[in-house]
Design a protein around this ligand. Structure first.
Ligand code: TXA
Ligand code: MG
Length: 341
């Protein structure tokens, strides 16, 4: 199919949203902003569109996609919810929560989108323009984060344009993402529920809403070699190295080398060639919102200023801090474990 060299940039007006919906129905790739990060959307029922999506991202075919819906009612036509799944959906949808559910029979979703699994990841995003888009298309829309596989996730339309611009047909500009880290993924497809990916909703909040319907445990993740399909599929996409800037990342820095860039939290450390502060006041929500933008900026600026690495101050490991530290750990992971990009 045709890969446009320059995507249409659509405003989040009724006309822009309608155009985006029409393009999705035509099997085109349309990036759009959710409250977490920008996603790269495709019609989940068109195998060709889904195949182009994997190609555009350079994403391995064994890594399944999240399907997006305008409401829980529609989502549950595709995935079969347990009582716990319903309680979580009630508490957090629309919002930064993805549920892994058993696939309903006779689903029209392309098996490519599911990496041939018998489960489906479903989510209802909390942006009004996107709910309108999803209602108008009237199809399940798969949307992985709109970055080349293994690289930093995008939180603005400019990030998408700069990293995938030549491989998407359109970008619906809904402004900067409000939360800034991806959705929390909870596997509720079997008896025991697991948090597969920490994200916009903390494990404490999830368990507070589970109402005696079962405790959600943090997932035990086997170490995975990114170059081969994981042998045990717990969270197929949770590869060790991910969210990677081109500059090396050093975590829990208590001092900064002269030729490092500093990613600060709270009061910055002395030194460093460039400093980006995630949150001067020490707010985890603000830090999450700024995280990917900071990595994008430091990566670009650092290269032009002969910086040889990014040093990151410690981030408290509570609530949203778990999602932030998860992304930072993967950004710092050795690149020989890198996914093919
Ligand atoms: O916030 C988000 O979730 C964003 C926005 C755009 O909605 N999307 C996103 O998609 O982060 P992506 O593709 O970057 O991450 C999806 C994750 C992957 O780690 C994938 O392995 C996992 O969801 N996943 C999808 N289907 C799954 C399934 N059936 N079982 C287990 N994990 C699944
Ligand atoms: Mg991603």
């Amino acid at each position: 199919d045709h890969i446009s060299s320059c995507p249409e940039i659509l405003p989040a007006t009724m006309a822009g949203i309608a155009r985006a919906a029409w393009l999705l129905q035509q099997g085109k790739l349309v990036a759009f902003g959710t409250e977490t990060v920008y996603g790269l959307g495709a019609d989940a029922t068109q195998s060709l569109a889904v195949q182009r999506l994997y190609q555009a991202k350079g994403r391995p075919a064994y890594n399944p996609l999240i399907s997006h819906f305008p409401s829980a009612n529609v989502a549950f036509r595709y995935g079969k919810p347990s009582a716990l799944a319903k309680a979580l959906a009630d508490a957090f949808w629309p919002g930064p929560l993805t549920l892994i559910l058993p696939l309903q029979p006779n689903s029209p979703i392309s098996p490519l989108a599911l990496a041939h699994l018998a489960t489906i990841a479903v989510r209802v995003p909390d942006v009004e323009a996107i709910q309108t888009l999803l209602s108008l298309t009237d199809r399940p829309i798969v949307a992985p984060s709109a970055n080349p596989s293994g690289r930093i996730s995008p939180t603005t339309s400019a990030h998408v344009l700069n990293t995938l611009g030549d491989r998407v047909d359109a970008i619906l500009d809904t402004g900067p993402a409000r939360i800034g880290v991806e959705s929390s993924i909870v596997d509720v497809s079997s008896e025991q529920a697991y948090l597969l990916r920490p994200g916009g909703i903390s494990l404490e909040e999830l368990n507070a809403a589970s109402q005696g319907l079962g405790r959600i445990l943090p997932a035990q993740k086997p170490e995975q070699n990114a170059m081969s399909a994981p042998s045990s599929i717990i969270a197929p996409g949770q590869l060790t190295s991910h969210y990677a800037p081109t500059l090396p990342v050093r975590l829990n820095a208590t001092h900064i080398q002269p030729n490092e860039a500093q990613l600060a939290f709270g009061r910055p450390l002395p030194g460093g060639r460039v400093t980006y502060n995630l949150s001067p006041s020490g707010s985890l929500a603000e830090a999450a919102r700024n995280l990917f933008s900071a990595l994008h900026d430091l990566d670009k600026e650092g290269q032009s200023q002969n910086v040889n690495g990014i040093a990151v101050m410690p981030i408290p490991h509570t609530q949203l801090g778990l999602a932030i530290n998860d992304r930072l750990k993967r950004a710092a992971a050795p690149k020989e474990n890198h996914e093919p990009a």
